[in-house]
Each structure stands twice: as structure tokens, then as C-alpha cells.
Design a protein around this ligand. Sequence first.
Ligand SMILES: CC(C)(COP(=O)(O)OP(=O)(O)OC[C@H]1O[C@@H](n2cnc3c(N)ncnc32)[C@H](O)[C@@H]1OP(=O)(O)O)[C@@H](O)C(=O)NCCC(=O)NCCS
Length: 180
Amino acid sequence: MNLRQRIADRARSARLRDGTRVFLRPLRETDLSHAQEYFASLSEQSRYLRFMIPTPTLTAETLAQAAKTLHEVGAAITVAVVDHGDREELIGGARVVPTDRRGIAEFAVSLADAWQGRGIGAVLLREVVRLGRALGYHHVEGLVLTQNTRMLTVARRARFRVQPDHRDLSVTIVSRALHP
Ligand SMILES: CC(C)(COP(=O)(O)OP(=O)(O)OC[C@H]1O[C@@H](n2cnc3c(N)ncnc32)[C@H](O)[C@@H]1OP(=O)(O)O)[C@@H](O)C(=O)NCCC(=O)NCCS
């Protein structure tokens, strides 16, 4: 990584209530080799809440989808990392991808279990809004399991609209209009 890239990567960060600084940067090709490690940092429950089905292993398909966003128009993944000096720890991410509805993107966020409950969810949702705007969408929308009350709390606080999916009440639709 060259110096310019390092400076750009360090440009966006958030300070948590406990003082920890979390950096936000675009997913890089080299991060994919750490994907299994990140997946292992998610409990069975967190994987279920993120993927909405039991997900015991990180499949080649999921990895290929992440790799695709590196080059896909209208798609982006931001990763959240903590700098431990000698190494960077990947602790979470926010993903925005196109839907077949013009101007509307789908998003998802996830955090390693050890980093949940520290206010990073709100940081990731702000990043979803930033990415959505930067990519030119007028709405971002995510599907959340209705049982995922923590995510719904974070979304409401971040001024997302939270409404049941009338086709399937186990799912809640979380959306936000992206006015410039
Ligand atoms: C959902 C997720 C992104 C939330 O991020 P987070 O940083 O853990 O959330 P926070 O710690 O900021 O919690 C936000 C608030 O929810 C509240 N909360 C925690 N658990 C809760 C629960 N079970 N029910 C209701 N509210 C809850 C907390 O009180 C907290 O408020 P506080 O900041 O005043 O203490 C994260 O937990 C996660 O990655 N979960 C697994 C994957 C997932 O669910 N992804 C969403 C699919 S799009």
C-alpha cells in the first residue's frame, strides 16, 4: 500500500464512547484473504441475523459476491478496522448493492461479536447513507429479521423507516430516503 492510500484510508474514522478509534475504508482485494477470519469472529446468532438463514460456513458464493462489489457499478463495501499498530483488525462492514429498482440500493451491515454493543452500528448506518448518496441512489433499503431488535433500534435512531414486510412478517424492511 502506498503512502497516499494510507493517508486516504486513515481519513475517515469514528471515536467510540470508550475512546477507541475505528477507521472506515473501502474493501480491498487483499481483505478477501481475511474473510474466513472475520467470519469466524461472528457467532452463529450474528451470522443468522446477517444472512437471515443458518450460515455455518462462508461459502464460495458469498465470497464471490463480495469480490464482485469491488468492480460492480453502483456497489460498494466499506470495512471498519481497528489499528493495533503492528496489524489491522477487521471488525465489521457495510455493504450497498444495486437492486432491480432504479435509484434504490440494498444494504447490509455486520460487526464481529466482540465489537457489538459499543455504538459502531450507528457508525455503519451513517456509512450506508454516505455510500448510497455517493453512488447516486435516492433510497437505501435493508431486510432485517423482525427478531433482530438491536438492529431495529439502531435503525430507528439513525432515522431509518422501519416497517413490516407484509409478505413475510418475520422480515422487517428498513429504509431511508437520501435527500441531497
Ligand atoms: C445489528 C448491529 C449492526 C448493531 O450494532 P451494535 O454496534 O452492536 O449496536 P449498538 O451497540 O449501537 O446498540 C444500539 C442500541 O440497541 C440497544 N440494544 C441492544 N440489544 C438490544 C436488544 N436485544 N433489543 C433492543 N435493543 C437492544 C442498546 O441498548 C443500544 O443502545 P445504547 O447505545 O443506548 O446502549 C450489530 O449488533 C450486528 O452486527 N449484529 C449481527 C448482524 C446483524 O444483525 N446485521 C443486521 C442485518 S442488516
